[in-house]
Design a protein around this ligand. Structure first.
Ligand SMILES: [Zn+2]
Length: 412
């Protein structure tokens, strides 16, 4: 059992209410780069006395600090604001893909302090093998950040697949074989650090909600494009998981009955037209049929296909356009259902850029009622390799924010 669960079980109702108030205040400070006590009281609905007491404790614990605001309501009068101490804690994030492990160490505000990407062909390896590599990656990253292992509060692990969050067991796991033990147990045992497993797209969505595009947005969707097409749903500032915790498998929504075979076993899923391997397969087929010629020494890669399509290769352009078209069809359905404020596209696959997103936008317009499209902001993120691991780290940070008084805190 995790330390946090033991702590919560032992709290009486008054202490629970106190813990909730602390969390709400700390969370409000996190959402603003600097905020006064008066503003905190207004936003949280708590009394000024309660805010004063709790923030005094937070300052004493080094979780937050006082800073002077540049703007003051009264000229000549100093206005004090409160801000999160980024060095109060550190966490590690791990993202597993079929061909690599990414690891990042972040501070309390999810700033990446160090990161590493290790190429690994998992190829259905045993769970112990995966845990060994994760242990090495975390130790390396912590060292690179100039920290000691004792300073790491927790480890978040993000991976593709359908994860039942309550049991930590995968319903469908494309990466590795599992037995009775869960991966989080194996990592916790090796490093003696609480470890939290999460679907990778949900982890990235949480990072947007807490520290990114979604910080001040109540309802939004995140679409992740890499080997798989993932999705995270935020409704009224909460991650939506569904009955079994396996909601939002947007990539496996069927848009063409009896269409292309998908790796999940069904036919005609969105992913079967839009992910990297779908585009590579379609390009290979069109090359073999003689639609275009490739004389380079190396095989096909997504980067090469993007380059050729941008140079005017029409058959390739139409493959990317088909991907955009299918994606747009799916997104139109999401807009009709969710009426979101934002749809954020993340992941390595965003590098296809306008080749996919222009036809996608046209398809969205074609298939969505105009009044629903108008308020939606479609955001294509500038992607960094460490973003996935940072997302996973946010899972551990979320746990820290919930129980900050029970943890070891680093001074500023
Ligand atoms: Zn599928």
């Amino acid at each position: 059992m995790h330390l946090n669960k033991i702590i919560m079980t032992n709290l009486n109702s008054r202490q629970r209410a106190q813990a909730h108030n602390q969390y709400t205040i700390l969370d409000t400070i996190r959402m603003h780069k600097g905020i006064s006590r008066v503003q905190i009281a207004e936003l949280t609905g708590q009394s000024r006395a309660s805010v004063t007491n709790i923030t005094a404790d937070l300052i004493k614990k080094n979780l937050i600090y006082e800073k002077e605001s540049k703007e003051s309501a009264t000229p000549g009068r100093r206005r004090v604001e409160l801000a999160i101490n980024p060095d109060a804690t550190y966490v590690a994030g791990i993202k597993l893909s079929s061909s690599r492990i990414s690891c990042a160490v972040t501070d309390m505000q999810a700033n990446v302090r160090s990161s590493v990407v290790i190429p690994v062909q998992f190829d259905k390896r045993p769970l112990d093998y995966v845990a060994d590599i994760i242990e090495d990656a975390v130790r390396h990253c912590v060292d690179k950040a100039g920290l000691a292992m004792e300073k790491i509060f927790g480890i978040g692990v993000g991976m593709p697949g359908l994860l039942k969050r309550d049991s930590g067991v995968y319903v469908w796991k494309p990466l590795y074989k599992t037995g009775e033990t869960t991966l989080s147990d194996l990592i916790s045992q090796r490093l003696s650090i609480n470890t939290y497993l999460e679907n990778d797209s949900n982890a990235l969505t949480l990072a947007h909600l807490w520290f990114g595009e979604g910080t001040h947005t109540n309802n939004f969707l995140v679409i992740t494009i890499e080997e798989g097409i993932g999705m995270g749903i935020v409704i009224e500032r909460k991650l939506y998981r569904g009955l079994q915790g396996i909601a939002s498998e947007f990539g496996h929504m069927v848009v063409e009955p009896d269409g292309e075979l998908c790796r999940c076993g069904k036919r005609g899923c969105i992913e079967a037209y839009t992910n990297e391997s779908a585009i590579l397969h379609a390009a290979e087929r069109s090359l073999q049929s003689g639609s275009w010629k490739h004389e380079g020494a190396n095989g096909l890669s997504l980067d090469l296909l993007i380059e050729l399509a941008r140079d005017g290769n029409k058959p390739l352009k139409s493959i990317f356009a088909k991907a955009g078209d299918i994606m747009g069809l799916g997104i139109a359905a999401l807009i009709q259902i969710f009426n979101p404020e934002k749809i954020i596209f993340s992941g390595d696959g965003v590098k296809s850029g306008d080749l996919v997103f222009e036809p996608m936008k046209q398809a969205i317009e074609k298939h969505t009622n105009p009044e629903l499209i108008k308020p939606v902001h479609i955001i294509v993120e500038k992607w960094k390799d460490s973003d996935w691991a940072r997302g996973a780290a946010t899972i551990a940070l979320k746990e820290f924010y919930k129980y900050p008084f029970d943890q070891k805190v680093q001074s500023r």
